[in-house]
Design a protein. Structure first.
Length: 255
């Protein structure tokens, strides 16, 4: 069901619907205030519940995997949670997730300045601004983890899927960084997630199925227990993972 919903959103490209525009107007967000940013190199789209999200024109845009990850994690989020979205890009995973839940705080960590600015703008106009404390941090995942140990109860990530040497690397630097492990490897990501989480924290990630065994090994090295998995069909096979810091004594659920 979640995967079907995610693919539906992707097919629609999350285009603005009249009811979404009306909802934004009711919330006091003026359309012209949003549209003026499109003249500064930003592309304006809308999340599935109507909040605006900014992306960079002619660059990497989010996929249905990000929506699927947001939906996968959402039922586990509590109002006391501090959520960190690693390699957040334009902020799609965290911002889509909080459309229907209200954690204490959402922190979006992105190393590329232009994408971090997209996150900041989207947070400014999000319908939960003022309800959830939302912060965009322009920093590498590794540096953020080094300075913020034990600071979060939840980590989300839709990371680069491919190792260096696996397939052609895009000549567009932003797209290359999003798809290949140029600045952030799988091992570095999982270690960073463990560093920032509290002892009872949770880590949610989407990745390609062909690297599932490697993911399980790296999680075990860092003391994570994979407690839930969901496989996504269509094109390249992907897997959604829920990992707990403390072993719960049960096998992963599969859906």
């Amino acid at each position: 069901m979640l995967a079907d919903f995610a693919h539906l959103c992707a097919r629609l490209k999350l285009q603005r619907q009249p009811k979404q525009k009306n909802r934004l107007m009711q919330n006091g967000i003026k359309d012209q205030e949003l549209m003026r940013y499109t003249e500064k190199g930003f592309k304006l789209d809308y999340l599935c519940e109507g909040s605006p999200i900014f992306q960079l024109k002619n660059n990497y845009t989010f996929s249905s995997d990000s929506i699927a990850l947001a939906n996968f994690a959402r039922p586990q989020i509590k109002d006391t949670d501090i959520v960190v979205d690693f390699a957040s890009g334009s902020g799609i995973v965290g911002l889509e997730m909080i459309e229907q839940v209200s954690p204490q705080k959402l922190i979006m960590v992105e190393m590329q300045p232009e994408l971090s600015e997209c996150s900041r703008l989207s947070a400014k106009f999000h319908k939960k601004a003022g309800v959830v404390k939302i912060e965009a941090v322009n920093e590498t995942v590794q540096d953020y983890a080094r300075h913020n140990k034990g600071s979060a109860s939840v980590v989300l990530c839709n990371p680069p899927y491919f190792k260096l040497g696996a397939g052609d690397i895009s000549k567009n630097e932003k797209i290359a960084l999003a798809r290949h492990e140029i600045k952030l490897t799988l091992a570095e990501l999982i270690f960073a997630a463990k560093e920032v989480l509290t002892s009872d924290g949770k880590f949610f990630m989407v990745h390609i199925k062909s690297r599932e065994n490697e993911i399980l090994r790296e999680c075990a090295k860092c003391g994570f227990k994979v407690v839930r998995k969901q496989y996504l069909s269509g094109g390249l096979e992907r897997v959604l993972f829920e990992c707990a810091c403390r072993p719960l004594g049960r096998e992963p659920e599969q859906t």
